[in-house]
Write a protein that binds this ligand. Structure first.
Ligand SMILES: *[C@@H]1O[C@H](CO)[C@@H](O)[C@H](O)[C@H]1NC(C)=O
Ligand SMILES: *[C@@H]1O[C@H](CO)[C@@H](O)[C@H](O)[C@H]1NC(C)=O
Ligand SMILES: *[C@@H]1O[C@H](CO)[C@@H](O)[C@H](O)[C@H]1NC(C)=O
Ligand SMILES: *[C@@H]1O[C@H](CO)[C@@H](O)[C@H](O)[C@H]1NC(C)=O
Ligand SMILES: *[C@@H]1O[C@H](CO)[C@@H](O)[C@H](O)[C@H]1NC(C)=O
Length: 264
């Protein structure tokens, strides 16, 4: 009981600002990850820094031991000893199964004997090796046509989320389908079926379909195909619509339509 009281009291005095930073925050499979444990001992001597993946300790630095570093065998963790010390651990060739909770625990030596532990999520990812691919039913579309297309992404982890844009406007539904392709990787396919309307045509007259693939907020790639116009002239009906009669009360709308057309 007495010991516990001493620990709590000392804790407030001698170990501050313990934090854990993982660089990069999303590590690519096969690359290296640097785990930084920052702490302020406030003058107390360091007893040990212990590192855990989940509940298993894989690295310990205790300056009073010889050698000060100790590595505990853990399947799939490759500690780079030459780059690891009291404040950091470098892991080489990280695999997907390292994804998860990494913790560092700092303990100070006599007289205070305080301990603090912090945790961070390590995310091991794999980015698509190729651009997303757009496949359309036809090569050219015009206003009124039904455009059917698919966008698919190369294997990645986590799976890419896909979205379609026509002339910069989002189209279709966020209904990406995911397929397991082995080795922990997924491909994504997004189908699209949309009726082309005038708002889908750009001011320059192009009908541009874009697919954007997003992987874990660290990867974004867009591809575009030009699908029109099938006819090179702007759609004429809007100019001759009844609302364009200058005598009608719809004159404002008429002007807007004509100036909209002029912009093309
Ligand atoms: C992680 O993967 C490696 C290689 O694929 C394997 O040897 C190891 O057993 C796995 N580790 C765990 C904790 O599942
Ligand atoms: C650990 O190593 C890194 C890189 O070599 C260095 O920047 C850092 O100061 C070292 N930290 C300690 C406590 O020795
Ligand atoms: C991470 O590990 C630490 C120490 O084992 C534990 O206290 C914490 O609850 C874990 N966090 C998650 C999100 O699993
Ligand atoms: C989209 O993909 C589905 C499933 O693979 C396929 O049946 C369909 O024909 C494709 N559509 C187009 C327009 O490529
Ligand atoms: C359509 O887009 C292509 C590629 O961005 C561009 O070269 C072309 O000039 C555009 N056509 C029109 C009519 O603006």
């Amino acid at each position: 009981m007495t010991v516990r009281c001493v620990l709590l009291f000392a804790g407030a005095l001698s170990l501050q600002n313990v934090s854990l930073v993982i660089l990069p925050p999303a590590v690519q499979r096969g690359q290296q990850a640097t785990l930084l444990c920052n702490y302020d001992l406030e003058g107390s001597p360091l007893y040990a820094v212990k590192w855990y993946r989940g509940i298993w300790e894989f690295y310990r630095f205790s300056p009073n031991d010889n050698p000060p570093t100790k590595i505990f065998p853990y399947q799939g963790i490759h500690v780079d000893v030459s780059m690891s010390n009291a404040s950091q651990v470098v892991l080489q060739q990280v695999g997907f199964n390292l994804s998860g909770n990494i913790s560092c625990e700092v303990t100070t030596d006599a007289p205070s004997f305080t301990t603090a532990m912090v945790s961070q999520e390590l995310m091991v990812i794999e980015l698509p090796k190729k651009d997303p691919l757009i496949h359309t039913e036809k090569d050219r579309y015009d206003v009124g046509d039904t455009l059917r297309a698919n966008c698919s992404s190369a294997p990645s982890k986590p799976a890419a989320s896909l979205s379609f844009f026509l002339n910069e406007n989002p189209v279709g539904y966020p209904s990406t389908r995911f397929f397991n392709v082995g080795d922990g990787l997924m491909t994504s396919v997004l189908p699209l079926e949309v009726r082309v309307d005038p708002s889908h045509i750009s001011p320059s007259g192009n009908l541009t379909l874009r697919c954007t693939a997003l992987v874990a907020t660290v990867f974004r790639k867009s591809v575009e195909v030009i699908l029109g116009p099938r006819t090179s002239e702007p759609v004429p009906e809007r100019v001759t619509s009844p609302s364009c009669d200058p005598r009608s009360s719809h004159i404002q709308i008429c002007i807007i339509l004509i100036s909209g057309l002029a912009l093309r």
